[in-house]
Design a protein around this ligand. Structure first.
Ligand SMILES: CC(C)(COP(=O)(O)OP(=O)(O)OC[C@H]1O[C@@H](n2cnc3c(N)ncnc32)[C@H](O)[C@@H]1OP(=O)(O)O)[C@@H](O)C(=O)NCCC(=O)NCCS
Length: 147
């Protein structure tokens, strides 16, 4: 029998568990930069509906973070621990995140994916209806690479 998955907002107190899930999923994190505990505490408090977790019996097994800049929505930090993959948990997390971003006014929702990340590219482009923009190059500016 498959275990029941609960989807609910993440709290600042989930921080250590969030980092565990990212590490188990192979995403890593930037403890000195945007994934710093204090920063994330502020971010979660500012937009609690956009930090969403998937739980099995209260254990965090997946995450997604939405962000809205007032024009567009972004799906970030989608991660499912290996033993719970291929159960459409990522699909469900993205669907919840999209719904909330649209409610906030996002007309366009995007995500950034490494070219080599076949599972994620397949998920977003083949299952979730995202269009791949071949002609766009991602540029970023930061004070240091820990950010
Ligand atoms: C990408 C990731 C989030 C997918 O999580 P998941 O819960 O296993 O995904 P789902 O079960 O919702 O997958 C839905 C569909 O996406 C596609 N997909 C997912 N994983 C895939 C894989 N390894 N290979 C090919 N297609 C895949 C399939 O079409 C799948 O449907 P199917 O199982 O019926 O074939 C997960 O593999 C992960 O955490 N990866 C590491 C972190 C990461 O890369 N995050 C994304 C950053 S942009």
């Amino acid at each position: 029998m498959s275990e029941s998955i609960e989807y609910r907002n993440l709290n600042p107190s989930d921080y250590d568990e969030i980092i565990r899930v990212w590490n188990e999923a192979g995403l890593g994190h930037k403890p000195k930069g945007r994934d710093n505990r204090d920063r994330m505490t502020v971010e979660i408090s500012r937009a609690p509906d956009l930090f969403i977790g998937a739980f099995v019996k209260d254990k965090l097994i997946g995450t997604v973070i939405g962000s809205f800049d007032g024009r567009r929505g972004c799906v970030n930090r989608l991660a499912i621990v290996p033993q719970y993959r291929r159960q459409r948990i990522a699909e469900k997390l993205v669907a919840i995140c999209e719904e909330r971003l649209k409610k906030m006014g996002a007309l366009v929702i995007y995500c950034l994916i490494d070219k080599e990340n076949e599972p994620s590219l397949t998920l977003f482009s083949k299952r979730l209806g995202y269009h791949i923009h071949d002609g766009i190059v991602y540029l970023s500016k930061r004070d240091n690479w820990d950010a």
